[in-house]
Design a protein around this ligand. Structure first.
Ligand code: DER
Length: 218
């Protein structure tokens, strides 16, 4: 079984958690791309999707799934997204795909966050994956200095501008033993738009693709 096979298994298993006749929040990445393929098989049974990136919007529309405006929606039931890392408390590092801001926004509006991962994303402590931080371009050097003071090593992600016109700093060498506190601390650095720690609002359920099948972590 390849990593992609395990991503696909987790993604398709998420279908059983999608209430019919509702709006579905859709994240970004290769695991989510499998989920969008799965969602297309029930597209007549859902109201439509709220997307977290231009990449996902393009794929949703190509498969005939209506993409709705988040501002027209008060609340919706389920948000499905991947992660770069996830710890036993269902805290995540996200942003490998540079979509972390809109992912965090859509996740904030959803009642339930279902994270779909292959088993390689499960870690005891977050931080081996460099932490993405979305930053207003003019503030990137200042924010990098502030992040380095927190014990990281901030590196500008070359050649990447986000859907929101910002840049990404990837912070290496962090060991994140208190994700909720660090997420709040980084949010307070002037110039930071979003950081890739998803702990204040963590996942509610995790579907893990493994060689033995798909595990559900509640
Ligand atoms: O960028 C993101 O947050 C993605 O969800 C990422 O964390 C997972 O990407 P993958 O499904 O391609 O591994």
């Amino acid at each position: 079984l390849t990593q992609d096979d395990m991503k696909r298994k987790a993604a398709w298993a998420a279908l059983e958690f999608i209430p019919r006749h509702t709006v579905v929040g859709v994240g970004t990445g290769s695991t989510v791309n499998h989920f969008i393929d799965a969602l297309a098989t029930i597209k007549d049974e859902i109201e439509g999707a709220v997307s977290s990136s231009e990449q996902s919007t393009t794929k949703l529309k190509a498969l005939g799934i209506p993409v709705l405006d988040l501002n027209a929606i008060e609340k919706f039931s389920v948000y499905v997204d991947g992660a770069d890392e996830i710890n036993p408390d269902k805290h995540m590092i996200k942003g490998g795909g540079a979509a972390l801001t809109r992912e965090k926004i859509v996740a904030a509006v959803a009642e339930t966050f279902i994270c779909i991962v292959d088993e390689s994303k499960q870690v005891p402590v977050l931080g081996r994956f460099p932490l993405p931080v979305e930053v207003i371009p003019m503030a990137s050097s200042y924010v990098a200095r502030e992040l380095n003071k927190l014990g990281g090593r901030a590196v500008l992600r070359a050649g990447v501008t986000t859907d929101n016109g910002n840049v990404i700093l990837d912070v290496f060498d962090l060991e994140i033993h208190h994700p909720i506190q660090l997420e709040a601390q980084i949010n307070n650095i002037v110039g930071v738009v979003t950081n890739g720690i998803f702990a204040i609002r963590a996942a509610d359920k995790v579907l893990v693709g493994t060689p033995e099948g798909t595990k559900l972590i509640k």
